[in-house]
Design a protein around this ligand. Structure first.
Ligand code: ARG
Length: 303
């Protein structure tokens, strides 16, 4: 009887350990979604609750409002055990306050802290040198974590698109984030929201009744002509993720940047193209595919 209990307890402990141990048995590549074999269809505005583990590279960037409480501000994506990709406008005017912020990994419902989740601080921020808050040109930034992230089933690095893939032809695209569920709302969503969106050409997005030329070549435009489904306040910095027609994995092709209102007709979401800034990103994180130490970096293997 005692032995049975012992074996039982040991098994549970072992499982637990296997689930959350640092040396997690996944290949050190990007885009793994160990828990996302389940079918998902298709708020963000007009989205639905994401199932835990669906987008394991998603990060909640949080700001302290008092000694114990943090509030979700922006989204981000895990690039490797050290670096997070986000939008520059999430960090502007924040001077050195970002060093009091925290990053939450592996989250789904932010109000509950599960054993699969990790929290860390920020040790360095790199905002694009030519970020312009008036035009939202070069709306991209990197944050390094104050201790390495350890991967588990809920925490995995994202892939970035290859230089050669045509992201505008990607058809299977999703956005995800803890942003507000309606344009006028003030509180971020507690549960991660996801929504399927369509890639819209920059040409169409720049037409007179739409954004009238405000969308740059460094942007991607995604959503719906009629509105209804879109990213919104608090989704910024978070990913626009697409799969190439026959590919298995999603790549983070865009970072939520701006829009006119949220989910309005002819005003889809505007995203910073990660492909456009690929060299900038790889340069800043000192990516070197031939360096063994960089094995866990994005794409020994770009998605
Ligand atoms: N700038 C917003 C933020 O800071 C994101 C806005 C996205 N807007 C949109 N209509 N898609 O969270």
């Amino acid at each position: 009887m005692k032995l049975q209990v012992f074996i039982h307890v040991t098994t549970i402990l072992l499982w637990h350990f296997m689930d959350y141990a640092t040396a997690f048995p996944y290949p050190a590549t990007c885009g793994n979604r160990p828990l996302a074999s389940h079918e998902f269809g298709s708020r963000i505005v007009g989205g639905k609750d994401a199932l835990p583990g669906t987008w394991p590279w998603l990060v909640s960037i949080q700001q302290p409002i008092d000694e114990e409480t943090f509030i979700h501000m922006c989204g981000g994506s895990i690039l490797n055990t050290r670096w997070i990709l986000t939008a520059a406008h999430c960090l502007k005017d924040q001077a050195n306050y970002v060093y009091s912020w925290r990053l939450v990994f592996g989250g789904n419902q932010l109000s509950t802290f599960g054993p699969e989740m990790q929290i860390c601080g920020i040790s360095k921020k790199i905002v694009h040198e030519n970020y312009d808050s008036r035009t939202e040109c070069n709306d991209i930034a990197l944050l390094s974590v104050d201790r390495p992230i350890s991967y588990n089933k809920h925490i995995q690095p994202a892939c970035l698109p290859r230089k050669t893939s045509d992201v505008t032809l990607m058809t299977d695209c999703y956005i995800a984030g803890w942003g507000v569920l309606e344009e006028e709302a003030t509180e971020p969503s507690d549960i991660l929201q996801e929504a399927r969106v369509e890639m819209i050409s920059n040409k169409r997005c720049n037409s007179t009744a739409w954004y009238n030329g405000a969308v740059g070549i460094y942007n991607l435009c995604a959503g719906y002509d009629a509105g209804g489904i879109d990213s919104c306040q608090g989704d910024s910095g978070g990913p626009l993720m697409c799969k190439e027609p026959k590919a298995k994995i999603f790549s983070v092709v865009g970072l939520t940047s701006w829009g006119s209102g949220c989910a309005q007709a002819r005003s889809p979401g505007i995203y910073t193209s990660t492909q456009y800034f690929l060299n900038w990103i790889l340069d800043k994180i000192e990516y070197n595919p031939t360096n063994k130490k960089h094995e866990d970096m994005i794409s020994s293997h770009l998605g």
